[in-house]
Design a protein around this ligand. Structure first.
Ligand code: DHB
Length: 519
């Protein structure tokens, strides 16, 4: 798909209807409570489309919000595209979360579709978050928008939302509480599992308003990137699980299904309690950006944990590959994802550009229109790893994930036994806090796709990851895909060659995929 710059010129036009979208405590969607806006959407072929749409802003989606700034959603419904009236009353609904870094995300200041500021505290968009506790997850600022779509904040963000609107879909953008929120009593009120509880409440709100809210409430397609990809996958995996009921009741969530039809996840930062091991298995040989190596003993111990975990999963690879384990996963990644990814990339180049690339990357053999290379050479090609060891449950409690598992007035906690065992902050406890296992269960899509699979899960999965993304292990999304595939679900998973964290280089394909799976 050609890169097409999207010039967003959202402006209020025409009538503005009554505002506060939901009266306090009411979860009834007001069909008339919109503003009419226009915007220009440039599709992936570079063609501009004039889109008139109705925009509902800052609708609080729970009856008893803890913080409505975050527990609110925006709705955008196209009514005219290129001068032709469109009826989106039965269109698929793209539920695009704006979560990044497990940070709070709000849409209440948005001036139109895709124009939310993204994670609070960041420059907007996935992973832009700056942590107030521990180091920021420091995602690249190039989160979705690889085709050049921009929003009112000037960032290259929210491509999926624009393209979906231009394709005639309904777009719902929910905010959600996030890990850095602290109340006046010093309590962290946006830590796990609030992000997923909030997003589920948003889904329930949409479902409960079937017939009032435009769009087909049985065709909700979730999307998100990075931490947002993790919670999008979790939304897909955990649909209608009773495990969340008490949290949802507490918020006064609408009484309706929270299952979603399909889940899109870009570079999902998920399976957190196993991610440290997976990270060392994958990137353990790679030096840090400082040129230094991580602690070899730590890396080795974690790698051994991955071997045990992966064997226990008993997941088969896609396309007939046998059970995945720590010994064959490199071959699997190379064959199933990395070589095809490089092949796609190289095939799209001109002969000259391809020759130049291959001359600069002699580890790749290009034969009969196919790229091949070894895992070791691939790792060298990627270069510096982004994170130290352990990557997620840091001994000094400094990661965003440590904060995500905070509780009460405790900003950060360990969520792995290994992290706790090696704690450097002076903790004396020998065991993880008693609530940690349940939080891990509630936060990890893998628990709903392995063992006894969750019946209410999505049956359609779109998963994407850059080959140079060392924010987590390349096995994380591959395991997600393998788990869903093993259950017979439809899985579309590929890796973007040489792309880093947050990439979305085939957004037009995602929009077409939505039409296909919901059609
Ligand atoms: C994100 C990135 C990370 O590296 C991480 O650990 C968690 C979240 C993000 O970009 O959302």
């Amino acid at each position: 798909a050609a890169a097409g710059g999207l010039a967003l010129s959202a402006r209020a036009a025409g009538r503005t209807q009554a505002s506060p979208s939901s009266a306090s405590g009411s979860l009834v969607f007001d069909p008339d409570g919109y503003t009419e806006l226009t915007t220009t959407v440039t599709d992936t072929a570079g063609t501009e489309h004039q889109v008139t749409y109705h925009f509902w802003k800052a609708i609080t989606y729970v009856a008893k919000p803890v913080d409505a700034k975050y527990q609110s959603l925006n709705v955008s419904v196209p009514v005219e595209i290129d001068g032709v009236a469109v009826d989106a009353s039965d269109a698929p609904i793209l539920l695009a979360n704006t979560v990044g870094g497990y940070m709070p995300s709000t849409v209440t200041e948005a001036t139109g579709v895709g124009a939310s500021g993204g994670p609070v505290g960041g420059g907007g968009g996935a992973g832009g978050g700056t942590a107030s506790t521990g180091p920021a997850p420091s995602a690249s600022a190039s989160a979705p928008g690889a085709n050049g779509n921009t929003n009112a904040n000037g960032g290259a963000l929210n491509t999926n939302q624009y393209l979906a609107l231009g394709a005639g879909y309904v777009v719902v953008e929910p905010g959600a509480r996030g890990r850095t929120l602290v109340n006046s009593a010093g309590e962290y009120y946006g830590v796990a599992p609030t992000v997923i509880v909030d997003l589920k409440a948003a889904v329930r709100y949409i479902r409960a308003n079937k017939g009032r809210i435009p769009g087909d409430t049985d065709r909700i397609v979730s999307a998100g990137t990075s931490a947002g990809g993790a919670v999008s996958a979790l939304l897909g995996a955990s649909g209608d699980s009773p495990l969340y009921d008490r949290y949802l009741e507490e918020l006064g969530a609408a009484d309706a299904s929270d299952a979603v039809f399909a889940a899109g996840a870009w570079c999902p930062i998920t399976d957190l309690e196993h991610a440290d091991g997976a990270y060392e298995w994958n990137w353990g040989a790679n030096a840090l950006t400082t040129g230094k190596q991580v602690d070899a003993a730590v890396s080795k111990a974690l790698t051994a944990q991955f071997a045990q975990y992966q064997a226990g999963l008993k997941l088969k690879g896609l396309n007939g590959f046998g059970p995945l384990n720590a010994r064959n996963y490199d071959a699997y990644l190379v064959r199933q994802y990395l070589e095809p990814s490089a092949t796609t990339y190289l095939a799209a180049l001109s002969d000259t550009a391809r020759a130049t690339y291959l001359a600069a990357n002699t580890f790749i053999t290009w034969e009969n229109g196919k790229a091949s290379f070894s895992w070791a050479d691939f790792l060298t090609h990627v270069g510096a790893r982004k994170k130290t060891a352990p990557a997620f449950d840091a001994f000094d409690l400094s990661t965003g994930e440590n904060n995500e598992f905070g509780t009460g007035t405790t900003a950060a906690r360990h969520f792995t036994q290994y992290g706790l065992d090696n704690d450097t902050t002076g903790l004396t406890a020998k065991r993880l806090d008693g609530d940690i296992p349940e939080l891990l269960r509630l936060m990890n899509p893998m628990h709903f796709l392995t063992g006894k699979p969750n019946a209410g899960r999505s049956r359609h999965w779109w998963i994407r990851l850059g080959t140079k993304d060392s924010d987590t292990s390349l096995t994380v999304s591959a395991n997600l895909a393998a788990a869903a595939d093993g259950l017979g679900d439809r899985v579309d998973h590929l890796y973007y060659w040489d792309q880093g964290h947050g990439a979305n280089t085939d957004p037009g394909d995602f929009i077409a995929w939505i039409a296909e799976v919901t059609g």
